[in-house]
Design a binder for this molecule. Structure first.
Ligand code: A2P
Length: 329
């Protein structure tokens, strides 16, 4: 057991479990059961968001596990995220309160700004979660950006932390320049950055910058293309799990390619939040602490880097939501 890698230390000394269950795309009808089963298996970190549209069911799964005595609330790490339509200061607290109500919790451990993208407000009564387009019933549904400074949203996030509704606050899908700017005015530092990260998108400078600034780094889509193939955002041939070097390392350690890729993520100092709806994969994805990769194996996997981002608003916002909105370029 390599205890030090099982959790990541945050700047204030709190620890976040380094493996979490990603909840994006878990169908509503399966979410409660999967969450309860994952907690029984030993998961203690859940990665949720308003936009995933399943927070009520996730909350039911958490409640089942707590009632069954599987764990206590204080043993759990629950992350959620502020959706793009709630960036104006006066919408931030109601957005978290709605999430807390759905999750059946008094606080989240971590609340992230989901994207550095502010969209026109959509009231809860009109649609929840609101998604990307302003009016899906319009003849030509489109995303409608709103010019809200991140500083305004961040100040409201700080209030949530002061009020005890979010133990930690952080950011997602931000790059170094935006983080640097945020650090220039933040009264509460971001505890965590969550970004897409896998062997085809290694981003060593972003990770190094976060480590230098004491910002923990969570890798979403840590297995790469898998979840983007059904969405038409990747091809089956984009799978890093099929890379011969990953497969060779996996057979050397008697582990699956997914376990090798997740272990690479953890060993380079990131948290990983793979989603799965399959019990055997859920079990695999948390079973990462009885082997380790050599320096040469770590380097061989990092060398697969293609600088390829599957989840790129600069691409999908235009294709799906009629609005060209690059954020990384
Ligand atoms: P499934 O849910 O059918 O298991 P994300 O990028 O959102 O974290 O999603 C992870 C993707 O990888 C999903 O498509 C998931 O599919 C798949 N996956 C999860 N765990 C494994 C695993 N151990 N081996 C192979 N594929 C996996």
């Amino acid at each position: 057991m390599q205890d030090s890698l099982q959790s990541i230390e945050l700047y204030n000394g709190d620890r976040m479990p380094s493996v979490g269950l990603g909840l994006w795309k878990i169908p509503n009808q399966d979410a409660a059961g999967i969450v309860a089963e994952a907690l029984r298996m030993g998961y203690r970190h859940l990665d949720s968001a308003c936009d995933y549209g399943n927070e009520k069911e996730v909350g039911q799964g958490i409640a089942q596990a707590l009632q069954a005595g599987v764990c206590r609330r204080e043993d759990l790490w629950v992350t959620s995220k502020l959706w793009n339509t709630y960036h104006r200061a006066h919408h931030v607290r109601p957005a978290l309160e709605r999430t807390l109500d759905d999750l059946g919790l008094d606080y989240v451990d971590l609340y992230l700004i989901h994207f550095p993208i502010a969209l026109q407000f959509v009231p809860f009564e009109t649609r929840y979660p609101p998604g990307w387009v302003y009016d899906p019933d319009a003849p030509d549904p489109k995303m409608q950006p709103d010019a809200v400074p991140i500083a305004e949203t961040w100040a409201a996030m700080e209030e949530l932390q002061r009020a005890g509704l979010a133990r930690h606050i952080g950011i997602s899908n931000f790059g170094c320049a935006l983080i640097r700017d945020l650090l220039s005015y933040a009264q509460v530092r971001p505890s965590v950055l969550q970004v897409e990260s896998h062997p085809y998108l290694v981003q060593p400078k972003l990770l190094r910058f976060c480590q230098q600034e004491g910002i923990a780094y969570t890798a979403f889509s840590p297995l790469g293309a898998g979840s983007y193939v059904p969405l038409g955002m990747a091809q089956p041939s984009d799978s890093v799990l099929d890379e011969p070097v990953v497969q060779q390392i996996a057979s050397r350690h008697d582990k699956s390619p997914a376990q090798v890729v997740l272990r690479w993520g953890i060993q380079r100092g990131t948290a990983v939040i793979p989603k799965s709806v399959h019990i055997d994969r859920l079990r695999q994805n948390i079973d990462l602490f009885d082997f380790s990769l050599s320096d040469a194996e770590m380097e061989a996997i990092s060398a697969l880097d293609r600088h390829h981002r599957f989840n790129d608003p600069g691409v999908f916002c235009e294709q799906a939501f009629g609005c060209f909105y690059p954020i990384y370029d």
